[in-house]
Design a protein around this ligand. Structure first.
Ligand code: SF4
Length: 310
């Protein structure tokens, strides 16, 4: 058995923090019009400083502008332009900006090595609780995004959010739905198991799920999801070394983007890579960098993107 655990050396840029949804656990959003959009020249300065720092992935993470807003088209264009800028400077963009139309997704495919959207949880009851003010969290709309990514042959990252009020059965149902999409389209490269972690800016303020539950979900996920899907856990949301190593023993093989600032969970910082290396080495695991697209999907990319990997 290979003893390799991967991660993506990444940096997050945020086109805008404004979001028309209001998930009660959110530590990211501002109200519409309350957050200036990231200008291209500012992004260029940020990216210039990252060159020669062994960062490969530029994660483009944004709040959502309402689909019917006149600002939707400029918002999408800004995201496209930022990805194109990152590409032109030698980086590998991965975009996760919420719900997209088929046409919007198809456009962003041109400038991304992979894209992502958390399925979160399929139970529609959450629309009465944590997602009461979040129309983008309608489960069937999110499932459809995974389907469209398959149809468009976009290597995709999704995942489930744990501890937002779902039941054990909900977790199983969400994982089964992802497995079904994978059997149909084979486009899901990784699934993130993301424990809700209380943050200082959110409304929800709830307890996180227990370590025992996290381990139980990993075991179930590894049984339900096809082997072709890599299981990912964010190490900054795992509260101790022992839990991280146990997660790996149960099937986690990737730690996701290790970024200077986790924009979604700004209260939870990543440890240094050196610390992670040491922790893993103790249990004879090796930590290795990877690109935001897995090798089995290189052929899905345009010739232009493939040439950048070479
Ligand atoms: S979690 Fe995402 S969709 Fe929900 S309010 Fe925050 S930024 Fe918007």
């Amino acid at each position: 058995m290979s003893r390799i655990i991967t991660y993506s050396p990444a940096f997050t840029i945020v086109p805008t923090y404004e979001c028309f949804n209001r998930c009660s656990y959110c530590n990211f959003r501002t109200d519409p019009h309350q957050s200036p959009w990231l200008e291209l020249d500012k992004a260029k300065n940020i990216l210039s400083r990252l060159q020669n720092q062994k960062i490969t992935e530029i994660l483009i993470l944004s709040g959502e502008v309402h689909p019917n807003s006149t600002r939707r088209q400029p918002w999408l264009q800004r995201i496209y332009d930022l990805a194109q800028l990152a590409l032109s400077m030698g980086f590998f963009p991965h975009t996760n900006v919420g719900i997209l139309t088929f046409k919007e997704m198809s456009l962003l495919k041109e400038v991304n090595f992979s894209m992502g959207l958390m399925l979160e949880q399929l139970n529609p009851n959450l629309l009465d609780t944590v997602h009461r003010h979040a129309p983008s969290k309608i489960p069937n709309i999110r499932l459809q995004q995974l389907e469209w990514a398959g149809e468009l042959r976009i290597p995709f990252t999704t995942g489930i959010l744990l501890g937002i009020g779902e039941t054990s059965q909900d977790r199983i149902d969400s994982l089964l739905a992802i497995a079904k999409i994978q059997r149909k389209w084979e486009n899901i490269q990784e699934v993130i198991l993301q424990p809700y972690s209380q943050g200082s800016q959110e409304e929800l303020q709830k307890e996180s799920i227990s370590n025992a539950e996290i381990l139980e979900v990993i075991t179930i996920a590894r049984k339900i999801l096809p082997e072709s899907i890599t299981l990912q856990i964010p190490p900054n949301l795992i509260n101790n070394e022992e839990l991280l190593l146990k997660s790996i023993e149960l099937g986690v093989r990737d730690l996701g983007g290790i970024v200077p600032k986790d924009e979604v969970n700004p209260d939870y910082h990543h440890q240094t890579l050196e610390n992670l290396h040491q922790t893993l080495n103790k249990a004879l695991w090796q930590l290795k960098p990877r690109l935001p697209v897995y090798p089995q999907y290189y052929s899905w990319l345009s010739q232009d993107l493939q040439s950048k990997i070479q």
